[in-house]
Structure formats: C-alpha cells, structure tokens
Design a binder for this molecule. Structure first.
Ligand SMILES: CC(C)(COP(=O)(O)OP(=O)(O)OC[C@H]1O[C@@H](n2cnc3c(N)ncnc32)[C@H](O)[C@@H]1OP(=O)(O)O)[C@@H](O)C(=O)NCCC(=O)NCCS
Length: 282
C-alpha cells in the first residue's frame, strides 16, 4: 500500500531512511550516512521532504519503501532521493512508489543515484525504463592542503564571460549555470586562477558538512592544461573552505580528470551511477 505525506509517521520514516543509508547497497548516493547529516540534507531540499515523501507499507503496516523528490522547473529536472526499499520490495512495491513520487514534479527529466552495488535500484531502473548513466568515481582528500600559495582569488561578475565559456564547453546542460555559480546568494563559492587578468580556470564548490567541502566543477582552459593550474585551483578551494576533507565525483568518461585527482592526493572512495528518465510533456 502506498501512503502520502499526510498519513505517515515522520520519525518512523526518517528511521527507515537512516537505516537504509548505512550501506551503499541500499543507500541513495545524494545523501550521507550520518543521521544528522541526512536530516539536514532532507530539510534543505527545494521542496520540503515531508510534503513530497511517499511510503510503501506491507500488510502488517511495516515500512518497506520510501522516496522523496526535489525539482527545479527552470532546469526542467528532478532528483529522486531514494527510493529506499527492503530487499524483497524493489520489484513489487518499487515501480508504483517511483511513479507516485515522480508524478509530483512538473518537469521532463528525472534522476536517481546510487552506488553500483545497489543492485535493487539498477533492477528497478531497468524495469521502469530509466537509462543507466555513466558511472561516477567518488574521490576524497583528507590530508592537509599542500603548502604553497595557490594564487587563486574569488571570482567576480567581470569573470562571468570567461567562466561561462569554459563551463558551457566542459559541462553542457549541467545542473547549475555560470551565473548561478557567481551569485553571492547561491550555495557555491567560485575561485579563478587569472594571472595578468586572463581567467585560465575556475573551481566551484560548496560546503557539504562541518568537515567537508564538495567540488561541483573544475575546469582549466585547454591551452593552459598541464602547467599546474588545476592543482592551484583544487588547493585553493580546499584551503579557502577551512574544511579538513575535500570530496568530488568524476564521470567514467573523464580519464584525464581521474589521473589528475590520483596525482593530487585524492583516494577513490566509491563508484556510483545515475539513472535517468525523460518523459514527454503531458
Ligand atoms: C582535469 C583538469 C582540471 C586538470 O587541470 P590541469 O591544469 O591540466 O592539471 P595540472 O596541470 O594541475 O596537473 C597536475 C597533475 O595531474 C596529472 N594530470 C593532469 N592532467 C592529466 C592528463 N591529461 N593525463 C594524465 N595525468 C594528468 C599529472 O600528474 C599532472 O602533473 P604533471 O603535469 O606534472 O604530470 C583539466 O584537464 C580539465 O579542465 N579537464 C576538463 C574538465 C574536467 O574534466 N574537470 C574535472 C571534472 S570535475
């Protein structure tokens, strides 16, 4: 049976989500594992999670599945948080739960995201006609920032044309535009390396927790690569964040970036995969 937000017991649903987040095999990769972090991330979704949550319950009333959704009408995309399912419920309760949660988002593109070891989500995606995307390699560096002045500075609106050109070339159709990266009210901090006033590269990051900063975008102009610009930018983002850890994900189709992170002290932590559906507009 499927329940909507009015009928659920929020602490019981939160407990269920936290339990499923403890193992990559059942977790949604948008969220962490710490209960406080999960609660904080859910609270900050663009649509409140208690309004979008849908829950599947068994005949005895026990929760067997839950999912939450967030969407951005301007980007015409949604992000499904979950589904979190008991192992034997993926193909029984999963399809109707996924349909119910995505039906709320007035957008064409939908995405869900999990570790490659979450076979339940992979099966559900196949069953429901969602396309498996490129795998993402998750990297983390928890060692102190290498010393030496990175020479980076915060980006200003005057840097926007140069950042936009590089951003749209390297990350076409991505979830945040260049103007959003430069908006002082957005969650992003953006740095550039611009010796003699020419922007050679930029990095955009956001604080992820008390101890970590997450890098959303990093790109260096093709004619300035292999001269240490990328390393200055990543070190600048790490240092200016004041956080001990710096994390990010890289697509499997970016071997140069993976070589770059391996050589700048990052360790590979997990491999995750997005699943996407594009629906025609009703
Ligand atoms: C990944 C990227 C940011 C690296 O920037 P960069 O300025 O060329 O990197 P650096 O010069 O600081 O490289 C530092 C080290 O990383 C390694 N490295 C960087 N690019 C590499 C490549 N193409 N192949 C193998 N190793 C590489 C090398 O060990 C290099 O040191 P070396 O040149 O002394 O051998 C750049 O290639 C880029 O903008 N790529 C396109 C966008 C992208 O993939 N961004 C990352 C996804 S979030």
């Amino acid at each position: 049976m499927l329940m909507t937000s009015q009928d659920i017991d929020p602490p019981a649903v939160l407990d269920f989500i936290v339990r499923q987040q403890q193992s990559p095999e059942t977790a949604c990769a948008y969220l962490g594992t710490e209960p406080s972090e999960i609660r904080g991330d859910l609270e900050e979704l663009d649509q409140h999670w208690l309004e979008t949550v849908r829950v599947s319950v068994a005949a005895d009333g026990g929760i067997v599945g839950a999912a939450v959704i967030e969407w951005d009408e301007e980007l015409d995309r949604s992000w499904v948080h979950g589904p979190w399912m008991e192992q034997d419920a993926w193909l029984t309760a999963g399809p109707s739960l996924l349909a119910a949660v995505t039906a709320q988002a007035p957008v064409v593109g939908h995405e869900m995201y999990a570790d490659v070891s979450n076979h339940g989500m992979a099966q559900l995606a196949r069953r429901c006609g969602w396309q498996a995307g490129e795998a993402n390699f998750e990297y983390r560096r928890a060692t102190p920032v290498p010393s030496g002045a990175p020479g980076t500075r915060p980006a200003t609106s005057a840097d926007e044309p140069a950042i936009r050109a590089l951003h749209e070339r390297e990350f076409p159709g991505t979830y945040a535009s260049a103007s959003e990266l430069l908006d002082p009210d957005s969650r992003y901090s953006t740095l550039v390396f611009a010796p003699e006033g020419t922007v050679l590269g930029y990095v955009a990051s956001q604080l992820q927790s008390e101890s970590a900063v997450y890098v959303d975008f990093l790109a260096v102009r093709p004619d300035a690569r292999r001269s240490g610009v990328g390393e200055r930018l990543i070190n600048g983002a790490h240092e200016s964040s004041g956080r001990d850890k710096i994390t990010l994900t890289v697509d499997e189709n970016r071997p140069a970036a993976r070589a770059f992170y391996a050589s700048t002290g990052f360790e590979s932590m997990a491999t995750t995969r997005p699943y996407r559906l594009r629906r025609s507009r009703r």
